[in-house]
Write a protein that binds this ligand. Structure first.
Ligand code: ADP
Ligand code: MG
Length: 272
């Protein structure tokens, strides 16, 4: 644990308290019928960190992401973004507050081009956050131009510019994951959650994607990503949270977590 919960002399909610994690997950519980998928998970994600969430299949990682992103309403616990409770709010509202997330299966529109997919993500939220800052009240044409400029910049950054006019249906799995990240970036999130961004992605695209994540982090973005390849997590994360059976088994710097016997046992056990 980082132990960075707000203290009495540093009230939560002002967004300027250094000791307060940007994202705080506090005692989250989520059940499906009799199955407790997430069973009291707590951890913090430090601002401007890259944090990896690992754990065997079925540990509850994706369910937890769905609770954080507003897809599921947790049965218990609190989730705070910048000190403000967000649990139970809609995915749209949570994204407006600066949390962007991708899914384990990329959500892109296969019948639209890459460029259209990107523009659509932005227009859905016009007037909010990113584009609120980008767009002053103006004509539709000015708005359109601002969106297209941002699309171009983002596609450049992701090195997807050569595919801008291709249909998303023709992209490889890895390219679709990059496109999904691009759609999230259109909303200029403060924190980005990615569910297994490199699973099933070929090694060279994996390196590209991880490099893009590190670069986004260098520019100040906070990243929380689910990954089950220990090496990827160890090489790319400042902090690691390990989930097992719906609970937090350990959290801390990678080199310390890696040596935790409970982690080795539970984690490797999950793959035997
Ligand atoms: P992970 O992402 O760590 O592999 P999940 O969060 O997907 O784990 O799943 C945790 C547990 O919850 C698993 O036992 C899974 O079968 C169950 N589960 C996940 N989503 C649902 C759902 N919508 N309905 C019922 N059970 C679910
Ligand atoms: Mg999952």
């Amino acid at each position: 644990m980082t132990g960075n919960s707000p203290t009495e002399d540093s009230p939560a909610g002002n967004g300027t308290d250094d000791s307060q994690d940007l994202l705080e997950v506090d005692g989250i519980v989520k059940s499906f019928g009799g199955l407790v998928a997430v069973d009291g998970v707590s951890f913090g994600v430090e601002e401007a960190s890259i944090t990896g969430l690992i754990g065997p299949n079925g540990a509850g990682k994706s369910t937890l992401f769905n609770c954080i992103g507003g897809v599921y309403q947790p049965d218990d616990g609190e989730i705070r973004l910048d000190g403000e409770p967000i649990q139970g709010r809609s995915p749209t509202e949570i994204s407006r507050r600066g949390l962007g997330r991708t899914f384990q299966t990329p959500e892109t529109f296969r019948g639209m081009t890459v460029r259209e997919n990107m523009a659509f993500a932005a227009k859905n939220q016009t007037g909010e956050r990113a584009l609120g800052a980008l767009l002053r009240p103006g004509t539709v044409r000015e708005e359109e131009a601002a969106v297209q400029e941002r699309v171009d910049e983002t596609l450049d950054f992701l090195e997807l510019d050569h595919l801008a006019d291709d249909y998303a249906s023709g992209l490889s799995g890895g390219q679709r994951k990059l496109l999904e990240l691009g759609r999230v970036l259109m909303l200029d999130p403060e924190i980005i959650l990615l569910d297994e961004p490199v699973a099933g992605v070929n090694p060279s695209l994996t390196d590209d994607l991880l490099a893009r994540l590190r670069e986004l982090n260098d520019r100040g973005r906070t990243i929380l990503f689910i990954e089950h390849d220990m090496d990827v997590v160890m090489e790319n994360c400042d902090r690691v949270v390990v989930m097992h059976n719906g609970q937090t088994l350990a959290s801390g710097p990678p080199e310390i977590v890696q040596e935790d016997e409970r982690v080795v046992e539970a984690y490797l056990g999950g793959y035997d």
